[in-house]
Write a protein that binds this ligand. Structure first.
Ligand SMILES: [Zn+2]
Length: 553
């Protein structure tokens, strides 16, 4: 087979859960293993991961996992894939540090081979040779990948923007990309998240003026909330706080952990004495403190939500506080953020949002960044990745209309579960698989069966009925009245004697059964369930979940 196969398991046609298999001649590497956060919470499930069972048929082909960067939607599902397939993992020092933290939470650290690579490195894994291109993004130590195969070279951009003046680290390595472009690129797999946005994405430094103004004008306490992974932003806030004579207190577990890791690795540079703990912060005057907190998406367990609705370790938002929401709204979080802002206003805080001041810039490539990417890499084929279908489509339209040499024939739209074959002549989807997501229970962090989610849905819409029937072991006859209890069943009025008539109906149906129908308890149980189901449907027009229990005396 002289073709490359590209098999996305997630991240195409949706936001998050990025994961892709790339296969050549019985060898397959996986790029990223991310979590997703379903927009409409399906019945108590807040987290999804790709369906890794799909990879079972490729078990013998799998050779490695490459992580482009450390965002949750690229590394969050790593422990789940590693439990099924113990593969070596390659990534940057910072991404691996975040990964190690996650794996140790699952007690898996000892079992996994982690290989540290740096920008500019080239490694060989079987038939693949992979070069790591330094990419600028909202996080640090991120990669685009040049994946060389005997058929040709793929560029996987990861998440990126072309930032000429990042706060931490170097600009996007266009020189290296251009050199690989000179050598010839077969296909570019390109981030589409911001493909609907015209122009260039502003540099991470673009938020500095607004923050300087805010620090200068604010008299009370300052509370800044941003993503705990936005390293450039955190550096800016530490720097400006120091400049304007405020100490910084970091609140929220994920933010504290990330700051600790980044400082340890020398990525974050915090002037000695600037960062203080909560206890020390309480003794300071209002204009001497800046709290850096988690919860910019209105997450109900995060520090900011607690400070706005009750207290966080004795800290609460008060009249005179200024709260800066230095983040974009991730689709699906609109309602929670709106509620959070309501609570903050109720407490008398002044709120500064992205809409009103330039306190946030995106980490993703806008249209002109995408143009630079395509013109530098000069691929034969473009495959938009990372984003909802609308964004993939808009990337295709933009490139078609604005970059010479690209048409419907060499920009290919794919979906999760597609198998895209690429060679020198064509890029064609040859197969479409139906991949449902795997859901994760947030309490136990274990996988939830698809059937369980379906059952929860039925419970949510129909409620539940529990039926307990007591049977005499010897005579197979009823011993006492059946017991029926209802939970959340619509159309049920407890005052009109419906429970009593349902009980009678059950007793009646049992009296009509032959002893041998009752003797087989499983058959009996199922018959009871069906009888009651029909009765409820006829009387109440509802379809609750029915749980039957047989007690023998
Ligand atoms: Zn990212």
């Amino acid at each position: 087979m002289n073709k490359i196969e590209i098999i996305p398991l997630g991240g195409i046609g949706e936001f998050g859960m990025n994961c892709m298999g790339i296969r050549y001649a019985d060898e397959m590497i996986i790029v990223d293993a991310g979590m997703g956060f379903p927009e409409e919470t399906p019945f108590g499930v807040d987290i999804s991961i790709p369906n890794f069972d799909f990879l079972e048929e490729y078990r013998d082909d799998l050779t490695a996992i490459i992580l482009t960067h450390g965002h949750e939607d690229h590394i969050g599902a790593l422990s789940y894939i590693l439990r099924k397939f113990n593969l070596p993992v390659y990534s940057s020092r910072f991404t691996l540090a975040l990964t190690e933290k996650r794996l140790s939470e699952f007690d898996m650290l000892g079992d996994v081979l982690l290989h540290r690579v740096s920008a500019g490195d080239s490694i060989e894994i079987g038939n693949f040779r992979i070069e790591f291109i330094h990419a600028s993004h909202s996080l640090v130590e991120c990669f685009s990948l040049a994946i060389h195969t005997p058929v040709g070279t793929l560029i996987h951009t990861g998440d990126y923007k072309i930032d000429d003046t990042p706060v931490i680290g170097k600009p996007y390595d266009l020189k290296m990309l251009s050199r690989i472009g000179d050598e010839g690129v077969l296909a570019l797999l390109c981030d589409s998240t911001n493909s609907t946005v015209p122009g260039r994405t502003p540099s991470e430094q673009a938020v500095i003026p607004a923050f300087e103004e805010i620090f200068e004008q604010t008299e009370g306490r300052l509370i800044v909330s941003t993503f705990s992974s936005s390293m450039h932003r955190l550096q800016i806030i530490f720097d400006i706080a120091h400049e304007f004579g405020r100490k910084v207190c970091v609140l929220g577990r994920s933010m504290q952990k990330n700051v600790e890791i980044a400082e340890e690795l020398g990525l974050l540079k915090i002037t000695h004495g600037t960062m203080i703990d909560l206890g020390t912060s309480r003794a300071l005057d209002d204009d001497e403190i800046c709290y850096l907190v988690t919860g910019s998406q209105g997450e109900v367990r995060a520090a900011l939500w607690n400070m706005a609705t009750s207290t966080y370790k004795g800290m609460e938002v008060e009249k005179g506080d200024t709260v800066v929401l230095s983040a974009r709204i991730i689709p699906g979080n609109e309602k929670n953020i709106s509620r959070l802002i309501g609570h903050l206003y109720k407490r008398g805080a002044n709120i500064i949002e992205e809409k009103r001041r330039l306190v946030h810039v995106s980490g993703h490539a806008s249209q002109e960044d995408i143009r630079i990417m395509v013109e530098t890499a000069r691929p034969k084929f473009v495959v938009p990745i990372h984003g909802e279908y609308r964004m993939l489509f808009r990337q295709k339209e933009f490139i078609k209309n604005h970059v010479a040499g690209y048409t419907d024939d060499n920009i290919v739209l794919i979906e999760n579960g597609n198998i895209l074959e690429i060679d020198q002549y064509a890029a064609t989807v040859v197969e479409k698989r139906d991949l449902h997501k795997t859901f994760i229970d947030e309490e136990s962090m274990e996988e939830i069966e698809y059937d369980v989610v379906r059952e929860r849905k039925k419970l949510a819409y129909g409620g539940a009925i529990s039926l307990v029937v007591t049977i005499d072991k010897a005579s197979h006859r009823l011993a006492g009245d059946p017991q029926i209890t209802f939970q959340g069943v619509a159309g049920l009025n407890p005052m009109n004697g419906f429970a009593a008539s349902a009980r009678e109906a059950v007793a009646q149906s049992i009296s009509e059964m032959k002893p041998e129908q009752i003797a087989d308890r499983n058959v009996f149980k199922e018959n009871l369930r069906i009888h009651l189901k029909r009765y409820i449907q006829k009387e109440l027009s509802s379809r609750p979940v029915i749980v039957t229990t047989i007690v023998e005396v």
